[in-house]
Design a protein around this ligand. Sequence first.
Ligand SMILES: [Zn+2]
Length: 227
Amino acid sequence: MNSKKPMKKIVSCLFLAMSVTACGAGGGSNIDDSSEGQQSQEAQPARWKKLPIEYKIASTVPTLYHEEIHAGFQAWNQAAGKSIFIFGGIKNLQEDELAPDYTVNQNVVLTTDRSGVASTGADASTVSGPLARTFLYGLSEIHDADIYLFEFNRNFVEGRSDTGDVYSIKSVVMHEAGHMLFGPEHSQDVESIMTAVLYPKGHPQEKLELGLLDIAQLRSVYAHDLL
Ligand SMILES: [Zn+2]
């Protein structure tokens, strides 16, 4: 393998948990820990050199949830009209190997019961940690992206003890896959899957599909690849 020079790493933020109970469009906490270090200037549009992107699922993810993870990537494939994400199999990892630097160039989806708050770049003022985070390698050209789903059991299976909220794995993976495609930025468009805040299952603003702008961005950034 070629040991390249160290690639720049961007920790892309992830989705924030919204602790709203059911209904209403209550004020959401919009937390974003977009990147390590300064990234205040115009971020360059990031993209992969070529498609498709192969992703793997860590062996620590229960099989029961693989389907939902695939569904998150499939949403983008459908929007593209072709397979831009391809499943590359299971990545064998032990629980104690869940480290962002461990899976470089393999694009692994990992679940952990650890909190995202402890991770680099988290906003200290947030009550709840992020639901997930994508660790991207590469700046203008993305080489690798590992997706962490934090506090998995609490956020995605049993629900939060404070609100009872359960979040959709599919929609979180759709969001994270968007970071894989486009880098760490979030969208201000409320219909976009790339807004910084995610609403739980059953909330009127739960995102079930990609937004029109998401699809437009895909077709724009990857126009040549989608011909
Ligand atoms: Zn995000």
